[in-house]
Design a protein around this ligand. Structure first.
Ligand code: ADP
Length: 643
């Protein structure tokens, strides 16, 4: 549903709802007030009718008084002389007085004389049934008040009679009362016509039996009740008011029906319709005008905005703009929309520019990346070439190392064999005892130097094996004492030569036989003792072997030599490293391999080596190895050389 349709529908609904509301409001407020007005009008007319009857009754009362307080009447009531009748009670008298009857009653309540005339024909008529009225006037005779009067209605067979009665007194209204004078007139059609004339409304008088057939039970009860009240009955055309007329005994003797046209009601209805039509017309006019204004000022402009936005979206043409009309919110909205479209166009332009720049930059980057890629490829190729060359060089180096190791191993092996022979011969010569002292010294020197040379070759061989991962352990049981003895056999001559004491202690708690590669253990011990002798000028070298707990045993070699600075202690286990940085040239020669071999062999056995030393305070090298006990086959420690 379009906006315009929605608004028209909303207005239509509003008009219908407000019209309905207005209709019911006017119906129930305006019309009800007119109905109330009509009711008041009816009641007022009834009051007027009652007042007319009362006035009538009062006039009759005054006439009765004129005739009752008269000496002639007084005398007539006393003696009943016919002159009075002849002189005063002719037909014309009643016609003049506008009454139908004059009745004289004596103090005993008996009829003295009665005169009855038809007011239309002027002729005398038959007397009505007087029993009721005669009984009633007795009450008047019994009153003490002489001037008391009695008025009302009584029913007779000829009809309802309006009457007034007074005691008959003298001219001076003195008693004693000689009787009662009653004047009466029938409530006949002529009488009703007079009332109609005075009231200027149609009046119908009917006997209760005649009227009640027109009414419902409730209204009948209300009219025939002792204290009867008027009943109002309405139909489309007229308003009928029924008001009862009670007789002297309080019975409903006659019912007056007063007809009233419903002018007030129809006037109210017409006013309401006119009012409603006027309001409805005004509502329609206001709605139409409002719709026209709304259409012109709002809907059309909103539709223009909608059309504009749709066109911009469909054509993607951001150069368009709307004409701003007026200075209201919609004009502001239009201006803002124009501004938004302009901003959109600008940002699109900027976006396009940055996109172009981005494209240029991407092209540049792509080119750079391509170049970089080419370079990288080139570098990769170069690296691959370098790697090939490196692999080739490494292979060559490995081959060279292997060759060097092989040469070293061969040299060491080949050198050790003749050295062993030299040492055996020198030892044999010494043992023969045929040498003089000088010769003995020379042979001893040969033995010692050969021993050192053998140790040197052994270290070279171990280093070579280590480099080529050829170091292997041959674990078997051996005696600790055998280890010490074989080491002493090698080292003691060297110590003696330098005038040093060589001491060895085996802790009593040490097992006699343990498991291990005895040749490697001896090589460790020999290297440490050799160093201790080498770097000690005087004093002693001490070897201690003891169990160090935790399934380990320890070899500690202490000397009283020069000691090692703390800064050097971390380097001395590196291969070919020496404290003074150059190969020792003196008698204590070496190549910096001893401690390196010690460390490698110790690690191979799952142990550790540590040094505690300070310059000038000697050194202690502590080797801790796993203790493996096994009683069994013993390796006989007799030889101190490795074959
Ligand atoms: P070298 O063949 O030179 O003795 P090592 O590897 O056995 O080689 O020893 C390395 C260095 O450690 C030695 O050059 C020496 O300076 C120092 N050194 C080793 N043992 C001792 C020690 N007991 N007293 C003092 N210095 C020592």
């Amino acid at each position: 549903m379009s906006l315009r349709q929605q608004i028209v529908l909303a207005f239509g609904l509003a008009v219908i709802i407000s019209s309905a509301f207005l209709f019911f409001a006017t119906r129930f407020i305006l019309l009800e007030s007119y109905l109330a007005l009509e009711q008041q009008f009816a009641e007022r007319n009834i009051l007027r009718l009652e007042n007319l009857l009362a006035d009538d009754m009062e006039g009759l009362g005054r006439t009765v008084a004129d005739w009752a307080y008269w000496n002639d009447a007084y005398d007539f009531a006393t003696d009943g002389n016919p002159e009075y009748i002849e002189n005063n009670l002719g037909n014309q008298t009643l016609l003049n007085l506008d009454i139908n009857m004059m009745i004289y009653v004596n103090t005993a309540g008996q009829l003295i004389h009665g005169k009855y005339v038809d007011l239309i024909t002027g002729e005398e008529t038959a007397p009505p049934e007087l029993t009721d009225i005669l009984a009633f006037v007795q009450t008047l005779l019994q009153q003490n008040d002489l001037t008391a009067s009695s008025t009302g209605f009584f029913q007779t067979s000829q009809g309802v009679v309006e009457f007034a009665a007074r005691l008959i007194l003298t001219n001076e209204q003195e008693g004693p009362a000689q009787g009662v004078l009653i004047m009466g007139r029938y409530m006949a059609e002529a009488r009703i016509a007079l009332l109609e004339k005075s009231l200027q409304l149609p009046i119908r008088a009917c006997l209760p039996d005649e009227c009640v057939s027109e009414l419902d039970d409730e209204a009948v009860n209300q009219l025939l009740d002792r204290f009867a009240a008027p009943v109002i009955k309405t139909d489309d055309r007229q308003l009928l008011v029924y008001t009862p007329l009670e007789d002297i005994y309080g019975r409903t003797a006659l019912i007056f029906q007063v007809s009233m046209t419903r002018d007030i009601y129809y006037q109210g209805l017409a006013s309401m319709v006119f009012f409603y039509l006027f309001i409805a017309l005004a509502g329609v006019v206001i709605t139409l005008v409002t719709l026209l204004v709304l259409n012109r000022q709002v809907i059309q402009r909103i539709l223009q905005l909608h059309q504009f936005v749709s066109t911009v979206r469909e054509t993607d043409d951001l150069s368009r703009s709307l004409t701003v009309v007026g200075q209201d919110e919609l004009a502001e909205l239009t201006a803002n929309l124009n501004q938004m479209v302009r901003a959109l166009a600008e940002s699109r332009h900027e976006l396009q520019e940055s996109y172009n720049q981005l494209e240029v930059r991407v092209a540049e980057r792509t080119r750079e990346l391509a170049e970089l890629n080419t370079q990288l490829k080139q570098e990769v190729a170069e690296r691959e070439q370098a790697q090939i060359e490196l692999a080739y060089a490494r292979d060559q180096a490995v081959d060279a190392l292997r060759l060097k190791t092989q040469i070293l191993a061969n040299v060491s092996h080949d050198a050790r064999t003749p050295l062993t022979v030299i040492m055996m011969n020198a030892d044999t010569m010494l043992r023969a005892g045929t040498l003089d002292e000088k010769q003995q010294n020379k042979v001893n020197s040969i033995l010692t130097n050969s021993q050192q040379l053998l140790s040197f070759f052994n270290n070279l061989l171990e280093e070579a094996r280590s480099r080529s991962n050829q170091l292997k352990l041959y674990v078997r049981p051996f005696q600790i004492t055998g280890l010490i003895e074989s080491t002493e056999a090698i080292m003691l001559p060297l110590a003696k030569r330098k005038g040093l004491a060589l001491q060895a202690e085996i802790d009593v708690n040490m097992p006699e036989i343990i498991e291990g590669d005895v040749d490697r253990v001896r090589q460790i011990l020999t290297n440490l003792v050799d160093n201790a002798i080498k770097y000690t000028s005087e004093g002693s070298v001490r070897v201690r072997i003891f169990g160090s707990g935790g399934g380990q045993w320890t070899m500690a070699v202490s000397d009283t030599g020069r000691g090692i600075a703390e800064a050097d202690q971390s380097h001395i286990f590196e291969a070919f490293w020496q404290v003074d940085g150059s190969v020792t040239r003196d008698v204590n020669r070496g190549v910096g391999l001893g401690l390196s071999i010690v460390k490698q062999l110790t690690a191979l056995m799952g142990g550790t080596v540590q040094v505690k030393s300070a310059p000038g305070e000697g050194s202690t090298f502590v080797v801790t190895l796993p203790l493996k006990r096994r009683a069994g086959e013993l390796h006989n420690e007799t030889s101190c050389t490795d074959s």
